[in-house]
Ligand binder design. Sequence first.
Ligand code: MG
Length: 316
Amino acid sequence: MTDRDWSGGIVRYPDPAIEIIDEERFGSFRIGNAVVERLWTGARWTEGPVYFGDGGYLLFSDIPNNRILRYDEETGQVSLYRKPSNYSNGHTRDRQGRLVSCEHFTRRVTRTEHDGTLTVLIDAFEGKKLNAPNDVVVHSDGSIWFTDPGYGILYAYEGQHAEFELPTRVYRIDGQTGEATVAIEEMDMPNGLCFSPDESLLYVSDTGDPENIRVYDVDGAHLNNGRVFAEMSPGKADGIRCDIHGNLWSSAGWVGAGYDGVHCFAPDGALIGKIHLPEIVSNLCFGGGPKKNRLYMTGSQSLYAVYLETKGAQTP
Ligand code: MG
């Protein structure tokens, strides 16, 4: 396990926070002279990182503080992007570059237009209110896929108390018609999600019972052959992202030192490497400009990043 100093002192290369489990499949990703950086701290629960390569910045949620923050890559400054954010959680960008957000408080998924106005994409299904959308991803066909576990109505801290009107599900919003359909109903608390590089697979993490990551074959608007991809117990996976090689980079937490941080799984589900952090990681995304070789990690009260010798499959 890492004996990495997180107090702001000098870190000797190579960074002991990056653990290589499978030398052949993960060893080349660790850059010898790159350190895991704690970029900023001061939030209560960070989530939903989304990268804007055109602007050179990252947005991320601070859910209990009801705000979205902006990290500027050039200056390293963090500033307020939006408050109130309706206790926003996960974000992504659609194919037109617009921000798509899951809102806990208002129990909806919204799109921020280029002029700044908000468009509600969905707030109910078959006449019943959504629970509290958590995370969202956009397919290249324009469809929007999101999870609805309902943490924002379970805890006033992250939204407001309310009754569940619908089962916990994953939904798909059609890119052309805007119509929503149920994609997954068999998961307990579907949370983070991402597509494989060729979009033939959809990965979805479950922060309920069992604590695992499932994978589905994507067939247009439908998902088939759901199966367990990785077991996370005794901890949990939340936000997930694929790199260009099809490896799945998963947030990991709720166990402690030696587990908490980021776990990297090969396409066959084998755990090949870890990034150890001193805080629980909720979500992650690739950024760093056109190279997409910088992994941003929202870790509880802080924002972390590390350069890797791989790149994100999709931006954001
Ligand atoms: Mg989440």
